[in-house]
Write a protein that binds this ligand. Sequence first.
Ligand SMILES: [Fe+2]
Length: 481
Amino acid sequence: MSRPFGNDDPMLGGPWAPWPMEGEIHDCAVVGEIPRELAGTYYRNGANPQFAPKGGYHFFLGDGMVHAFAFEDGRCHYRNRWVRTPRFVAERAAGEPLFGNLFAGELPDARAAGVPNGPANTNVVWHGGKLLALVEGGLPPVELDPDTLATRGIWDFEGRLRRPIDPETAKLLGVDPAAGGEAILTAHPKLDPESGEMLAFGYSAIPPWLTYVEVDRAGRLVRNEPIDVPFPSMVHDFVTTSEHVVFPIFPATLRPERMAAGESVLGWEPELGTRIGVMPRRGGNADVRWFETDPCYVFHPLNAYTEGRRVVCDMAQYPRLPLALPGEEGVVVASASLVRWSIDLDAGTVKQEALDDRAIEFPRLDERRTGLAYRYGFAGSGGRGAVAGFSEVVRYDLASGAVAAHRVGEGDAVGEPIFVPRRAGAPEGHGFVLVLVWRAAEDRSDLLVLDAENLADTPLATVRLPHRVPAGFHGNWRPAA
Ligand SMILES: [Fe+2]
C-alpha cells in the first residue's frame, strides 16, 4: 500500500495517498471509444496535502488538488494542479506545514498569523464564466484558469460576499460593520437550470449563523441576506426548488464556547431535533417557515422539487452525524441511505419515507432537473463507503423503483459519479456517467465513461491514467463552448 508520508494514518494511504506531482497528459490512453458527443471538461477536487501533517490529519483539511479531464473529438487530455490558496503558498515558502489539525484543537504556527486556513478542496464549479474551487469554511472561492488550472486568486464577488454583520458582532470581532464579516460560501451551490442563477449560502459559528446568497447568471452577486436559524449548525449542503429554498438545520451544533473549554466547536445535540426552513424563492428571511423532524444528518441531498403545496426533498440521510467527535472514538460511523421528505406546507408536517435501504453517498442527478420533478438519481454505494471509495455506482429510477449498478473490481474504489447529457435537449437521464476508479492492485486510477441508460454494461470508454487520483470529494462538468 502506498504511504507517501510514511505514517500509518489511514487517510494518507491506499486510495487516500496524496499524489505529489502536477502535470498533464496529452491524449490519454483509452480502452473502448470516447463518444464524440462528449465535449467539455470534467473537473474534480479533493484533499491532497502537500506536506506530511505535523500532528493529526483530517481529510477535510488537506490542500485542494483539481484534476481536469478535457474531452474533444473522441480524445481526452488530463491535467492536475494544486489550488494555490494563501495557506498553500505560505506553507510552500516555509517548506513545512504551519497549520495543525483544527479538529483536534492543534494551534497554527506563529508564522501562519494572518494567513487564512482554508484548503479550497471540496468542490469545483463552473458558473458565470468562472471556474471556482470551493470550501465551506475559512476561505472565499478561489478562481482557477479553466484551461491551465492555474490559480487566479480569491474571488469574493467584488467584496459582495462579505457577510452582513450587526454592530455588536463587529465590535466583538474588532471590524468595521460597514465592511462586513468573513466572505464564505458553501461548497454546494445550486445552479438553477431555468434562470441560470447560482443559489448558495454561507454558515458560521459567529452570527449571522446562516446567510443566503444569490448570484445571477452573469456571475454577479445580487443578494446576501442573513437568515435567522434556531441554532448555529454545520450546514454542508441545502436544496432549492423552482419555488422554494430549503435550509436543513441538523443538530450538529457549532458552539464557540466549547473551544474555550478546549473542546471541538462542533457537537451533536439530538435533543434539538432537525429543523427545516422553507423560504419562497422570491421571499426573504421574514418569510421562512420552520418545520421540525427527528434528529438526523445529511451531507448531500439528491434533489428537491415543489409539487402543489408539498415540498419534496430526497436526501442521503444518516441517523446521526457520521463523524466521531472527541470522546467518541470507537463510535460506529453510520451510513446514509435515500430518504424522501415530504413537507406539507398546509399541515405544517414533515413525512419521512425510506426510498431504499442500501448505503449510498455522493448523490447526483441530471442537473437539468435541479429543483424540478425528476426521475433519475446516481450515487456511490457499497465498499468502504463515503469518500474512502465505493464498490459500485448506482442509478435510481425513482419512477419504477428500479436500481441499476455498475460494480468495479474487488478492492477497487469509485468516487462521486457525475452525469453529462448526451446532447442539449436530450431526455432526462440520456447521456453519460463519469466516475473515477482507483485500481487497488495497480495503485493508479481510471476514469470510466458509462452509458447512463445501460449503467451495468462495460464502460463505453476507460481513460487510463498511469498514476492515482486520490479519493476525493466533488466535481462538475463544463460543457465545451
Ligand atoms: Fe460535499
